[in-house]
Write a protein of this length. Sequence first.
Length: 63
Amino acid sequence: MIQVCADLGTAEAAEREMRALEDAAKTHPKATRRLLTLTRDAMPGDVPKDVIVQPAYEWLLME
């Protein structure tokens, strides 16, 4: 599952997006959890190990 947020610069935004992924994981526990943001500068420091956080451009360029 993918959650997208342009600016994760505040703790509240990061918590909100992580909470959304956690809620969705209750329905889809085996799904990969991915959080996309606009740039690396906006990436939160403390991310659960089962969540992939990356800039959207990296995700778009993946094969």
